[in-house]
Design a protein. Sequence first.
Length: 176
Amino acid sequence: MCKKLAPLVVMGVCGCGKSTIGALLGERLGLPFSDGDDYHPLANKMKMAQGAPLDDEDRWPWLAEIGAALADTSDGAESRIIACSALKRRYRDLLRNHAPDVVFIHLSGDPATLSARLAGREHEYMPSTLLQSQLATLEAPGTDEAHLVLDIGEDPDSLVDQVLAHLNAGSLSRPS
């Protein structure tokens, strides 16, 4: 690729595969990958573990940390990939304030598929009961936002191949 790769945020509700796809993209692109869950303060984790959804006030400091991480080049990486729900437009706006060229990879799926995935996994603090609140909060990226929507019904390797095809075509990269 001749253009500088923009930072990527793999976004969507719980159970959509953000961490899996983000890690695979990081491996295939040779870029650092971080899971947004690692940036949550303990208070957020405890709240979610009790089955209570986060509100905007809970999310602002977490999103600011993720935004700063997206913009951080101190490790010499030209770009990076972070998995983050980024459910609302204003959350994505905050991330763009830190990393204006960020591209959102929106993993989208129907509630039945998401519920089935959540039923088959254990998570440190994210119970499956929070899926409905995340679906209610989700604002899909608008046409004015740099993004790619992928259907989680496909296997992870196929989804990564689709992202890479867009990157190779230059549709998800930004000029140096």
